[in-house]
Design a protein around this ligand. Structure first.
Ligand code: CTP
Length: 400
């Protein structure tokens, strides 16, 4: 996980969104990071250092002239220890000071002394945000190489509608994780399929499966974090597309087939995590089917096997890595190995759908990775994001 073991310096300045910093500390800590909070005097009007100290488990830095802490030149140690400085919320005043290189309190002094990357998360009134001075200051911060998570739109504390709300906290975490992740997939074009397909037989009914899309979305998210250009081809699911991916929505297996066939030749890697329906109703009724009081028989016809087709038509001019999934309820290794061979894959990720903590809808998955050399590695039960990281580690090894 991108934030595990990292030291985050969280700078909190004095705006109403300072209350959200408590939840941000909790989320960073939950993701495995250590959080060192540094607060401005104005931030302490909105939230107490004690709250952030309890949540972070670290003393909160507020006073540059603290006799005890500063006996060891604490602010320089704090500046050195950080892997990343996150300013949330960053007020217009803090942004202006940072742009001008002013160091007149603990936070601005640490920011001048740190060589860690800086992630600025502005939050303020819309007019203050749109003010030319603030915009010019943000532009200056960009030229310093600082990262900025734009504020979102909505109703602000001042009751005005517009841009200025602190970005959603999971988005801040995702950008932080991306800054801290080496760009090992830079320059690679990647396609990930995900979710179920719906095979309609009348305008209001379809045949499908319970795939939630979580595994494929995690694979797309980790690839984007590692700086790949990611095309996410998704069947109907209810989760948002990961930041930095291009989402292509499809409904049926035929739509998925047509889109993937069009995109495939340019791809360096294709991971088929979608639970594609093998069959579709032979007929799509123009109106809702009425019940007739007797049994109903629906004739199903074959859908194309997208992955098998990709395996047959790999581009000659470039190395293309093909990864499939095998969702099984019995004979896991035998069934997965025969799919690996039949579909000409580089490796296959096999999971047993009947095992607890695995498969459709779960946040975790327990998989076995089998490759064409016959190597078969069983992974422990992991979060889907961690499984995705293992899959990409394996793909990167193939590129080497
Ligand atoms: N797949 C595909 N097109 C299909 C069916 C499956 O591209 N029409 C892909 C899946 O995305 C997965 C792999 O093939 O990566 C294996 O899918 P799975 O459903 O486990 O197996 P099937 O090949 O459909 O075989 P079976 O249903 O008989 O187990």
């Amino acid at each position: 996980m991108a934030l595990k073991g990292k030291s985050i310096l969280l700078g909190v300045s004095g705006g109403i969104a300072a209350y959200k910093s408590a939840e941000l500390v909790r989320l960073f800590t939950k993701a495995g990071a250590t959080v060192q909070v540094v607060m401005t005097a104005n931030a302490r009007q909105f939230i107490t250092p004690l709250t952030l100290q309890v949540l972070s488990g670290q003393p909160v830095c507020t006073n540059l002239f603290d006799l005890e802490f500063e006996s060891q030149i604490g602010h320089i140690q704090v500046a050195r220890a950080a892997h990343l400085a996150v300013l949330a919320p960053a007020t217009a005043n803090l942004i202006a000071k940072l742009a001008a290189g002013i160091a007149d309190d603990y936070l601005t002094t640490v920011l001048l002394a740190t060589t860690a990357p800086v992630l600025v998360c502005p939050a303020m009134n819309t007019k203050m945000y749109e003010n030319l001075a603030t915009q010019k200051n943000l532009e200056t911060l960009r030229t310093y190489g600082h990262h900025i998570v734009e504020p979102s739109e909505g109703t602000l504390a001042c009751k005005e509608e517009g841009t200025g709300r602190l970005a959603e906290l999971p988005e801040i975490l995702e950008v932080a994780g991306r800054i801290l992740t080496p760009a090992t997939l830079k320059g690679k074009q990647v396609l990930v399929s995900s979710g179920p397909t719906w095979e309609r037989f009348d305008p209001v009914r379809f045949i499908s499966n319970p795939s939630s899309g979580k595994m494929g979305y995690a694979i797309a998210q980790v690839a984007a974090r590692r700086s790949a250009k990611v095309h996410l081809v998704s069947g109907p699911v209810s989760i948002p597309a990961p930041r930095g991916t291009t989402l292509h929505r499809v409904t049926s297996a035929m739509e998925m087939h047509d889109l993937i066939t069009r995109l495939a030749p340019q791809m360096d890697v294709i991971v088929m995590a979608a639970a594609v329906s093998d069959y579709r109703p032979a007929q799509m009724l123009p109106q809702k089917a009425k019940k007739v009081g007797s049994d109903l028989t629906i004739t199903l016809q074959n859908n194309p096997d997208i992955l098998a087709q990709l395996g047959r038509s790999k581009p000659q001019a470039k190395q293309q890595i093909l990864v499939g999934f095998a969702a099984e309820t019995e004979n896991l290794i035998e069934n997965a190995t025969s799919k690996l061979k039949a579909k000409n894959l580089d490796f296959i990720v096999a999971n047993n759908l009947t095992q607890s903590g695995s498969g459709f809808g779960c946040d975790t998955n327990q998989v076995r990775i089998i490759d064409r050399s016959g190597d078969s590695t069983e992974l422990p039960c992991l979060l889907k994001e961690e499984v995705a990281e293992r899959i990409w580690d394996r793909i990167e090894r193939l590129f080497q």
